[in-house]
Ligand binder design. Structure first.
Ligand code: PGA
Length: 244
């Protein structure tokens, strides 16, 4: 079996002005030939500038969303090809904040992933249960249904990454137990269309808990929000993944 690639991905969400690119540059300078992939996904306004600033470094750049259509009358939206044209190589899709704030369904996410693949981008498809769903014992049902409905045909390890992000762990400082993460990642691995697709954990990953999370079998990296905004914190998480 081909091994999944390790990836540390930072999601800046709606944070980051041009001045904050200093953090991205500091990260790129601090990283000397990491063995894992390192990715920053800034807001769309910074994708092109960051891709230029980090060109030739170990840090790759991605978007946080794209439209399902290739072009056309969609005011305010951006296409996968525009992201690729700006220097992005990845795009985060179906983050729970987009599912909640913009009513994105798993079908919408699959359509966006098809567009990402057509533009040559690697889609990071996010899924995860709410706290109510976990309390009701529905976690595996929910994430496996999201996996089946959000991942389009043709998804392989070369064009798709899956991020398991429990909604209640995002930005809260709370994380599932290592056993709970392991249970979900094992179930995801068993149901992937290509078993070499990388599986990221996301939700309150910090320098202090990264190593124990990366030691879990079937965790191939992390999708990091708050802790990706500072080069020192994200660099420490990258180092923990490199050492895993
Ligand atoms: P967090 O966010 O690391 O701030 O919890 C993770 C995410 O939403 O991708």
């Amino acid at each position: 079996m081909t091994q999944a690639c390790k990836l540390a991905a930072g999601n800046w969400k709606m944070n980051g002005l041009r001045a904050d690119m200093a953090e991205a540059r500091a990260l790129a300078t601090a990283l000397t030939a990491p063995s894992c992939g390192v990715l920053l996904c800034p807001p769309a306004t910074l994708v092109a500038a960051m891709a230029d600033a980090l060109s030739g470094s170990a840090v790759m750049v991605g978007g946080q969303d794209c439209h399902a259509a290739a072009s056309g009358a969609h005011t305010g939206d951006i296409s996968a090809q525009m992201l690729a044209d700006s220097g992005a190589s990845y795009v985060i899709l179906g983050h729970s904040e987009r599912r909640a704030d913009h009513g994105e369904s798993s079908g919408d996410v699959a359509a966006k992933a098809r567009a990402a693949h057509a533009a040559g981008l690697i889609a990071i498809i996010c899924l995860g249960e709410t706290e109510a769903e976990r309390d009701a014992g529905q976690t595996l049902d929910v994430v496996l249904r999201q996996l089946a409905e959000s991942v389009p045909e043709g998804a392989t390890a070369a064009n798709t990454v899956i991020a398991y992000e429990p909604v209640w762990a995002i930005g809260t400082g709370r994380t599932p137990t290592l056993e709970q993460i392991s249970e979900v990642h094992d179930a995801l691995r068993a149901n992937l269309p290509d078993s070499a697709i990388s599986l990221l954990y996301g939700g309150s990953v910090k320098p202090g808990n990264a190593a124990e999370i990366f030691a879990i079998a079937n965790v191939d990296g992390a999708l990091v929000g708050g802790a990706s905004l500072k080069a020192a914190d994200f660099g420490a998480i990258v180092a923990a993944l490199d050492a895993a």
